[in-house]
Design a protein around this ligand. Structure first.
Ligand code: NAD
Length: 472
């Protein structure tokens, strides 16, 4: 049986017509923009990137001229870079403003940053990017260190607020460099957040640790960064899982698509569509870890060959208020969403299949991070996924691998099509981007985390939620 088309956002379609737009404008109703999304061959940004530097900037990390480190990373990723607003011709809209705030140490720096950002934000074009680069606030130290930590934390407030103020599909995010991380570690994350691939990642703070991506271009140049990777995607028969299989394949990975035997028709369609393999497997089955390991041993090209990407996407909901949640609803949700990722990852580790360059990506949820009425079981499982990747990250770092999670907000899939209409509208409109995301938005973020250039990103939970109000 063919799957129904992706659920439609009829309100957004209406307010994109001329009469609908006029009506919405008069009534002060949200007018969600059409977001810029990945298109093969399209430039990184729709306009020039303005790079501003506060204080000594990245030169505190790697000695290069102020602004130079970020500017060269952006230029290598394909951006047209300006170091002053006056260098951008009048009337030309900026594709991005990137601020190197790693040198911000005093409260005066925060005001200076805000004042420098203002005129640039006025010049942003549709689907533009505001990207701040700061440092991970450190605990302890003397008065100056405490002020620096406070100021660096302050960058988060600016980022999230600007994200809420931007319109026309523009987003704001903050990258934080951990001690020892430099421009090479930043290249992949910066290129992703600047690109159309991060359309629905908004208001996020992502920490970048010293990785093994290389000091210079961080490997961002390749159009197929996942060549030589085998990617297992659970729940791949439809929705976010299917889109993830498609994007990972587009980036070069060989895909093993996993779903329950009952979904084998759709699973085969996913696998065939990406020239991958289908593995009909209920991830909660007692023998699921053994069967997955056996299958991968046959597919992987020896221990020093392909690197493994595992995306724990399979998930279910069984909603009720906590007082009405019975044992069956607790057990089913925890088994699929949390126990299975734990068991499968454990088995892959024990089998030695998570080696250098391997990637574990969990699929959490904003409901897990913020809590959501009627979803105590689901939220427990999804917060658990965040806990899993944080705990795994140091262990995987020992072998040069990473573990992260994406936390989707409202995404247009069959799962959210089941939400009652009024709540569904609220779910979409309460995001800064005033719309739900598409499965491909989550997929692009998963694929980014899987890239070699994301080696410095680990133990992170990246929300793909259009800056949903839920959970800040
Ligand atoms: P979906 O219901 O459309 O697809 C889920 C897939 O997982 C289905 O193909 C299903 O057959 C499969 N699956 C379920 N149980 C399984 C099992 N035991 N073994 C193997 N496969 C199994 O859901 P979706 O909206 O695409 O969501 C994908 C993931 O994203 C889930 O983990 C979900 O919790 C999470 N998520 C979704 C949203 C959203 O708005 N759609 C928001 C936050 C998080």
């Amino acid at each position: 049986m063919a799957r129904p088309a992706q659920p439609r956002d009829l309100y957004a379609e209406l307010v994109r017509t001329a009469p609908g737009a006029a009506l919405a404008r008069r009534a002060g109703l949200p007018r969600p923009a059409v977001l810029r999304r990945f298109e093969a061959g399209a430039p990184l940004l729709p306009g020039p990137a303005l790079v501003l530097t506060l204080g000594t900037g990245l030169s505190a990390f790697r000695t290069r001229e102020a602004g130079g480190a970020l500017a060269s990373v952006l230029a290598r990723a394909g951006a047209d870079v300006a170091l002053e607003l006056s260098a951008v011709p009048d009337g030309e809209r900026l594709g991005a403003v990137v601020v190197d705030a790693t040198g911000a140490t005093s409260t005066a720096d925060l005001a200076a940053l805000g004042l420098a950002l203002g005129p640039a934000v006025r010049r942003l074009g549709p689907s533009a990017r505001v990207l701040l680069v700061g440092r991970t606030p450190a605990a302890g130290g003397g008065a100056a260190a405490v002020e620096t930590a406070a100021v660096q934390q302050g960058l988060e407030g600016i980022t999230r607020t600007v994200g809420k103020e931007l319109r026309a599909g523009a987003t704001a995010n903050l990258l934080r460099l951990a001690p020892g991380a430099g421009a090479g570690d930043l290249a992949g994350p910066l290129a992703f957040l600047a690109s159309a691939r991060s359309a629905f990642v908004d208001g996020q703070v992502v920490e970048v640790a010293p990785g093994t991506a290389g000091d210079d271009d961080g490997g961002t140049a390749s159009e197929r960064p996942l060549d030589g990777a085998v990617a297992v995607v659970t729940g791949a028969a439809r929705g976010i899982g299917r889109a993830t299989a498609q994007v990972l394949a587009r980036q070069g990975a060989r895909v093993v698509a996993v779903d329950v035997p009952a979904a084998s028709g759709d699973l085969a369609r996913t696998a065939n569509g990406v020239a991958g393999q289908a593995l009909a497997l209920d991830v909660t089955a007692a023998d699921a870890p053994t069967r997955l390991v056996e299958h991968l041993r046959r597919v992987l090209d020896g221990p020093a060959g392909d690197r493994l990407v595992v995306v724990h996407n399979a998930g279910i909901t069984r909603d009720r208020l906590l007082v009405n949640l019975d044992a069956a609803r607790w057990e089913a949700v925890l088994a699929v969403n949390l126990a299975a990722p734990l068991r499968l990852t454990g088995a892959l580790l024990d089998a030695g299949l998570l080696g250098a360059g391997a990637r574990v990506v969990g699929v959490s949820s904003t409901s897990g991070l913020a809590g959501n009425r009627g979803q105590a079981n689901y939220a427990a499982s999804k917060a658990g996924v965040a806990g899993m990747v944080r705990a795994l990250a140091p262990r995987l770092a020992e072998v040069g691998a990473t573990a992260n999670a994406v936390a989707p907000g409202f995404v247009e899939t069959e799962m959210t099509a089941r939400i009652p209409p009024v709540l569904r509208q609220l779910g979409r409109r309460t995001a800064s981007l005033q719309q739900g995301g598409l499965p491909v938005d989550v997929a692009e973020t998963v694929a980014w985390l899987a890239e070699p250039a994301s080696a410095g990103v680990t133990g992170q939970v990246v929300r793909v939620c259009g800056q949903a109000l839920v959970g800040a």
